[in-house]
Design a protein around this ligand. Structure first.
Ligand SMILES: Nc1ncnc2c1ncn2[C@@H]1O[C@H](COP(=O)(O)OP(=O)(O)OP(=O)(O)O)[C@@H](O)[C@H]1O
Ligand SMILES: [Mg+2]
Length: 377
């Protein structure tokens, strides 16, 4: 269990993490998402005491990391896979780490096996590929059989087999009652791996929700309906607030009614329906929409996420989420100003604290996604 309270980190003028509060609960995989430079790695470093917070605090299993007698047994962390002595073999790297906390040689062999490193364990770690280095880092994190696992971008460099392996591993670790915090840029991977998401942007909390809620809330609020009698269905459903557009012959895209309402009305009028599909945004679309104004480093093309589905608080029939999970907070959102696509890395167009209408809009969205009073776990 990780508990962060009002965590803030400044590097000179730069605020990397600002007033961040969250809890990573046992028994679940919590995905830690955010654009480049959002503050994910900084937060993870603060959790394990590698960086001191400027303000606020963070505990693991009720205490600051450094106050644990055997921290390796409390928290296993992969923060930087290259943090190994390049001249040492994987086996000796792990043996050295194990010796620090009295972990047995048998456990070293176990994690080597678990990480799929058996064939290369006696080779110099300096010669490892990116993926093998990641596996070694994960093996090191698992060494103390910790109750909390923190992995920064663990799938980076892994082949498809490795990605599947890490997905299964994280789910198993969580299922055994441990807490897992994992950062990733691969939204589709997070959709498959994580139960819960903490999303940050510009160091601030944007969302703290389950994966299902995150995607549901960003749903396009439209329903695709296929019917051999689409013309009559259109007439039956026409009313204020309902927008119906024809996609192709016999296929309608309808906003303003739920799939259930459409199905019921079609049934009442004896109209055959061959397909009734609520249109869900992908996790990636939801992420892009939510963090659009919190992205600091844009690529050189103008291919921004403007086309992505975005949560619309005023849309008809908003998804009905549990009150406890949608309570607004005083937390301001990440975005302080909208930025134009096409910025060069490191180039910003806003001043800290400057609020634009887009930022205010992002604030509204962010409040909808922030759920500090979560009671579901
Ligand atoms: N040691 C440091 N000194 C100065 N600035 C730092 C330092 N570490 C991080 N930063 C800055 O803090 C911000 C957050 O960085 P961080 O590495 O935590 O982001 P991140 O979310 O992990 O990004 P990425 O997805 O690219 O890994 C960035 O603007 C970064 O430049
Ligand atoms: Mg990082």
């Amino acid at each position: 269990m990780i508990e962060a309270a009002n965590l803030t980190k400044r590097y000179g003028e730069k605020t990397a993490v600002e007033d961040l509060s969250f809890t990573v609960r046992p028994g679940a995989v919590t995905g830690f998402l955010g654009p480049n430079g959002a503050g994910k790695s900084t937060t993870m470093r603060m959790i394990v005491g590698l960086d001191a917070p400027t303000a606020g605090s963070v505990t693991v299993n009720g205490r600051p990391y450094a106050e644990h007698a055997a921290p390796q047994r409390e928290v296993g962390a992969l923060l930087e896979a290259k943090a190994v002595h390049t001249g040492r073999s994987a086996y000796h790297h792990l043996r050295a780490m194990a010796a620090l906390t009295g972990i047995s040689r048998r456990r070293v062999d176990e994690v080597i096996e678990l990480a799929g490193l058996a064939d290369v364990a006696r080779k110099r770690a300096g010669g490892f590929s990116l993926g093998m280095g990641q596996r070694l880092g994960i093996a090191a994190a698992l060494l103390g059989d910790p109750t909390t696992l923190i992995l920064d971008e663990p799938v980076n460099g892994l082949d498809p087999d490795g990605v599947l392996w890490i997905r299964t591993l994280l789910k198993d670790v969580a299922a055994s009652g441990r807490a897992v915090l994992v950062s990733s840029h691969l939204m589709s991977e997070m959709a498959l791996t994580a139960d819960h998401l903490i999303v940050i942007g510009r160091g601030r909390l944007i969302a703290d929700v389950s994966v299902a809620e995150f995607v549901a809330r960003a749903a396009r609020d439209s329903v695709l309906v296929r019917s051999p009698d689409a013309g009559r269905l259109r007439e039956v459903l026409a009313e204020d607030g309902v927008v119906i557009s024809g996609v192709e012959r016999g296929l309608l895209d309808i906003t303003g009614l739920t799939a259930g309402q459409i199905g019921d009305r079609a049934h009442a009028e004896d109209i055959r329906v061959h397909e009734l599909t609520p249109q869900q945004a992908s996790l990636e679309e939801a992420f892009m929409a939510l963090t659009r104004d919190a992205v600091e480093y844009h690529g050189g093309t103008a291919a921004g996420p403007a086309h992505a589905a975005r949560p619309d608080p005023d849309a008809a029939n908003p998804i009905d989420l549990d009150d406890a999970t949608t309570r607004a907070t005083g937390n301001a959102p990440a975005a302080t100003a909208a930025q134009t696509a096409g910025n060069q890395p490191g180039e910003t167009t806003n001043q800290p604290g400057e609020n634009t209408p887009a930022a205010d809009e992002a604030a509204d969205q962010a409040r909808e996604f922030t759920t500090p009073g979560r009671t579901d776990r």
